[in-house]
Each structure stands twice: as structure tokens, then as C-alpha cells.
Design a protein. Structure first.
Length: 278
């Protein structure tokens, strides 16, 4: 009886804690969604209105603006380009770090990871000067290259763990059959860690999509990302809360769509090490 009561109390406590956490994390998104469907009068009403006549005027205003759609396109080009380049560079690097022993290997791995630790504001001024001199300011190429500072350490760190969890016996058997490095890497290692690659790519894309500081300083009118476009709804004297909320919802849609399509691969990839490690 005592065990049953404890079990019931434990379940109730767990679900209460989960509900509190869900409300705390999801309510801001819920409220932004409500704001996107309100008029300015309803948004600033006191007390706040939970029941109102919804309107799509804010979305019409956002999607009817050419500038915001350009920011949207810029973000997709930069994020997709950064992820693609990161996969091409980072996946072989992670494989080498996982499979080969050489001098200063761990120091090199830590150096890659330390790029993610560096505060963006600490390096933004030197980068701005370098970009001006190399004619990379306000260019897709420049932003794609610098966004790798965000995505490359993450991908190398994740992919190294995935490759380390792949049994070496499979690759050793391929070597006995005469397979070379690239054949083993592309035909054996890559197919075995595809869930991990999907997980790393999704996370890298989300990090790139949400980046702001590099795009603000190193980009210009031609290449500003959508995170900078959101600032356009903030003026010196007022904020267009309705269009800004609608723009926020439109901004996060690609992340939700991408995550929903690859959710299974994302979960498998993030748990890959735990499953194989056991």
C-alpha cells in the first residue's frame, strides 16, 4: 500500500513539474502567437485579452513587404550554405579525429571546440576590419564563411562521437579487402552515421538561422538575415507589436517544419552514442 501510494505521489509530482516546465517554456511562444492575431488595440489592452476577434492583417503586412521576404531569402541562403560547407569540411575532420591517433590531436579538437566558446562581440571588430579589406562585407560568401564559426565546432564535436561509436571491425574488414580511406569513409562510415549527420545538420541549421550579431555587423542591406529584419519593427518611439509578432512566427516556421520532417533521425542521431556505447 505504501509503495503504491509513493508511486502515485511520484507520478503526480512528475506531471506537475512537467506541466510547470511546459508552461514556463511554451507560454511566451503561445503569447506571441496570440499577439500576431490581434490588432494593436487588443495587444496593448489592460488587462490582457485572451478572447478577441482574430485578424490576419499582421501577416498580410509582413508577407507583403519585399524587404522582409528578402531577409528571409538571405537567411535561407546563408544558413543552407553554411551547413553544406560545414558538412563538407567538418565530417571528414571529425572522422579523422575519431579514427586516427597523431600528435596534438586532442589539442586540435579542443581548438575547434573553443571557436564556439569565443564571445561573438570579442571578435566582431577585427572581423569587420578583415571583411572590409577582403571585400567580403555584405556578401553571401563572407557570411557563409563566418557562420561556420557557429556550426563547424558543433558538427565536429557531435560527429566525432558518432564515428567513435561505430565498431572498427567493419572498417578493418574493408581494409583487408583492399578498400582505401575515401572508400571506407564514403561507403561504410557515412551510411552508418546518417542519423547523426541529420541531427548535426538540423542543429547547425537552427544555430545559423537564429544567429544575429555576425549578420548585423558583417552584413548590409543586400544580405541582412531575418533576425535583423525583425528589428525593423522597433522604432525610437514605438514598437509595431502585431507585425513583429507575426514576423516572429513566420521566422520560426522553417525550424519547426525541418525538425518535424527529420524528428526521427534527430532523435536517433542524438541517442546514437548511448545506444552503441551500451
Amino acid at each position: 500500500m505504501t509503495q503504491k501510494s509513493s508511486f502515485t505521489i511520484g507520478n503526480v509530482a512528475y506531471w506537475i513539474a512537467f506541466a510547470v516546465f511546459a508552461i514556463f517554456t511554451l507560454f511566451p511562444l503561445f503569447w506571441v502567437g496570440l499577439m500576431s492575431l490581434k490588432t494593436n488595440v487588443d495587444i496593448i489592452a489592460v488587462p490582457p485579452k485572451f478572447f478577441f476577434t482574430p485578424t490576419l492583417d499582421n501577416f498580410r503586412e509582413v508577407l507583403g513587404q519585399g524587404d522582409f521576404l528578402n531577409y528571409y531569402r538571405n537567411t535561407f541562403i546563408i544558413a543552407a550554405g553554411a551547413v553544406a560547407l560545414t558538412l563538407v569540411v567538418g565530417t571528414p575532420a571529425a572522422y579523422v579525429l575519431a579514427r586516427y591517433d597523431f600528435k596534438f590531436k586532442e589539442d586540435l579538437a579542443f581548438t575547434f571546440l573553443s571557436f564556439r566558446f569565443a564571445p561573438e562581440l570579442a571578435v566582431i571588430i577585427p572581423l569587420f576590419v578583415i571583411f572590409q579589406q577582403l571585400k567580403l562585407y555584405d556578401s553571401y560568401l563572407g557570411l557563409i564563411l563566418i557562420y561556420q564559426a557557429i556550426t563547424l565546432p558543433l558538427l565536429i564535436w557531435l560527429m566525432r562521437g558518432y564515428f567513435e561509436d561505430v565498431p572498427k571491425d567493419i572498417e578493418q574488414a574493408a581494409k583487408v579487402d583492399g578498400a582505401g580511406f575515401w572508400e571506407i569513409f564514403t561507403r561504410i562510415a557515412i551510411p552508418l552515421v546518417l542519423p547523426g549527420i541529420a541531427a548535426a545538420a538540423v542543429l547547425a541549421f537552427i544555430f545559423s538561422w537564429n544567429a544575429m550579431v555576425f549578420g548585423l555587423v558583417l552584413g548590409g542591406r543586400e544580405t541582412y538575415p531575418v533576425t535583423i529584419g525583425l528589428l525593423g519593427y522597433m522604432g525610437y518611439q514605438n514598437v509595431d507589436w502585431g507585425p513583429m509578432a507575426a514576423a516572429t512566427i513566420v521566422t520560426i516556421v522553417p525550424e519547426f517544419i525541418l525538425a518535424s520532417f527529420v524528428l526521427r533521425s534527430l532523435v536517433r542521431g542524438l541517442t546514437f552514442g548511448a545506444v552503441h556505447g551500451g
